[in-house]
Design a binder for this molecule. Structure first.
Ligand SMILES: [Zn+2]
Length: 105
């Protein structure tokens, strides 16, 4: 789990999100200097507490761009989508990343 210092920073950071805003694991990793697995563990714990829900966004590995919109379920991602920046075919399995939506005030 997180060190006490990181936990305090994490709580401060998570409280800065408003309801309906998306929490990107990468932001926590950068701001807290924690590992990806640590970030997903704490975010998952908040999900279980009913503070966050899981959403999906598509990310193009070819050109490093995110492609909107954000999908509420994995099944809601279309099978056939091309990156609007470089034209690469995006596959929901390979190109979706998990983000979290704040659902509590
Ligand atoms: Zn692309």
């Amino acid at each position: 789990m997180l060190s006490e210092n990181n936990l305090a920073k994490f709580i401060e950071l998570i409280q800065s999100y408003n309801k309906g805003e998306w929490v990107y694991p990468g932001v926590l990793i950068r701001k807290l200097g924690i590992s990806q697995s640590q970030a997903y563990k704490v975010l998952d714990a908040l999900k279980r507490l009913g503070l966050l829900e899981v959403n999906y966004e598509l990310y193009c590995h070819e050109c490093g761009q995110f492609k909107g919109p954000i999908f509420e379920t994995f099944g809601g991602i279309p099978d056939e989508l091309d990156c609007e920046y470089c034209g690469e075919r995006l596959d929901p399995l390979d190109n979706s990343i998990v983000i979290y939506k704040m659902i509590s005030d």
